[in-house]
Ligand binder design. Structure first.
Ligand code: SAM
Ligand code: DTB
Ligand code: SF4
Length: 359
């Protein structure tokens, strides 16, 4: 066992010390975390988690595909790429009224954030007015807004921010070195560039990736290092388990070992102590026990509802049974709190500390 593992293993972090924000993670120490004995890793992750969050509360987001299929990009995992024969029917950009009807239903079902995704390499100028009206309309319902539209120009970014977009989702998906095995129509640098400009404009960042695309443990760790070593940690870090979609190049990929998936969540929690870590795609293929371990490892956000963008999600009934079994409750949105709360602030203590991370 490498000496760094022994050091991590024997250190008993206080919640506060364990929650300090760092942006200088090195591969060997992050790998040492990943390879800790499982019980030590989970104990450490849960300790860090309790330094910033109520461990029994889970933030709930709802997704909607506002423009489905026919995408020019060749992402090897995606049902919506025009490069793959997945049988998915492409559709045009949805009408604003329909989006708002769906968002109202999501709010009534307990979602606090509405995430709208489009199968675009980047938005066309002619679509921006419709997209901006969606942001304004959802915001007016009292929900947080999130969009994922591909690469953005500076002008797109300013318009989205000024319309009231809270979060922009743009995943790095995997490590830089594994990236071109999965996507060839854009580069890792393209991805980081959009993320940096979204951040510079003052929007919140949602960025994570997919586990189980045939990558090595080192790739998972490198992806987390990329995210944790950004100037500011993404407020939201979605960790997706690959949904192997028939007709995509990844359709026959061997399923990730659930313990490895939980390890990835735990390392994300430790490296980004104040970010919401979302147990994202793939929950229909997870047992209750696996999801419980993910929550224990520090996941504290999910997508609710019976669909993601094009794939299935467990749905409200299953999730309410699971939440009841685990004593978990939805995190409510507190719009009263200071929107300038930054992830680089010291963790608040006592009741309500989790809500202080929300805006
Ligand atoms: N076109 C935009 C983009 O790529 O940024 C937005 C939509 S895209 C579907 C959003 C994210 O969903 C991807 O970056 C990927 O992480 C995740 N995703 C897509 N298909 C998936 C799959 N089959 N399994 C797991 N995650 C998936
Ligand atoms: C993210 O990381 N996962 C979501 C959201 N961001 C946009 C998308 C998951 C998509 C799963 C496959 C599908 O529904 O097509
Ligand atoms: Fe297009 Fe996004 Fe799917 Fe890639 S992940 S093919 S960019 S919709």
């Amino acid at each position: 066992m490498p000496s760094s593992v022994t050091r991590l293993d024997t250190a008993r972090p206080s919640a506060r010390a364990a929650s300090s924000i760092r942006h200088d993670w090195a591969r060997d120490e992050a790998m040492a975390l990943y390879e800790l004995p499982f019980m030590d890793l989970l104990f450490r992750a849960q300790t860090v988690h309790r330094g910033s969050f109520d461990p029994n509360k889970v933030q709930m987001s709802r997704l909607l595909s506002i423009k489905t299929g026919g995408c020019a990009e060749d992402c090897g995992y995606c049902s919506q790429s025009a490069h793959h024969k997945t049988g998915l029917k492409a559709s045009k950009l949805m009408e604003v009224e329909r989006v708002l009807t769906e968002a109202k239903k999501a709010k009534a079902a307990g979602a606090t954030r509405y995430c709208m995704g489009a199968a675009w390499r980047s938005p066309k100028a002619r679509d921006m007015d419709t997209v901006l009206a969606m942001v304004e309309g959802v915001k007016a319902l009292g929900m947080e807004t999130c969009m994922t539209l591909g690469m953005l120009t500076d002008d797109d970014i300013i318009q989205l921010r000024d319309a009231g977009l809270d979060y922009y989702n743009h995943n790095v998906d995997t490590s830089e070195s594994y990236y071109d095995k999965i996507i060839t129509t854009r580069t890792y640098a393209d991805r980081l560039n959009t993320l940096a400009r979204v951040r510079d404009a003052g929007m919140k960042v949602c960025s994570g990736g997919i586990i189980g695309m045939g990558e090595e443990r080192e790739d998972r760790v490198d992806m987390l290092i990329t995210l944790a070593n950004l100037e500011e940690h993404p407020e939201s870090v979605p960790i997706n388990m690959l949904i192997a979609i028939p007709g995509t190049p990844l359709e026959n990929t061997k399923r990730i070992d659930p313990i490895d998936f939980v390890r990835t969540i735990a390392v994300a929690r430790i490296m980004m102590p104040k970010s919401f870590v979302r147990l994202s795609a793939g929950r229909t293929d997870m047992t209750d026990e696996m999801q419980a371990l993910c929550f224990f490892a520090g996941a504290n956000s999910i997508f609710v509802g019976d669909t993601l963008l094009t794939a299935d999600n467990p749905g409200e009934d299953k999730d309410s049974v699971l939440f009841a079994k685990l004593g978990l409750a939805p995190l409510e949105l507190d719009l009263e709190l200071d929107p300038d709360q930054s992830l680089d602030h010291e963790p608040a203590t006592g009741a309500g500390r989790q809500d202080a991370r929300q805006s």
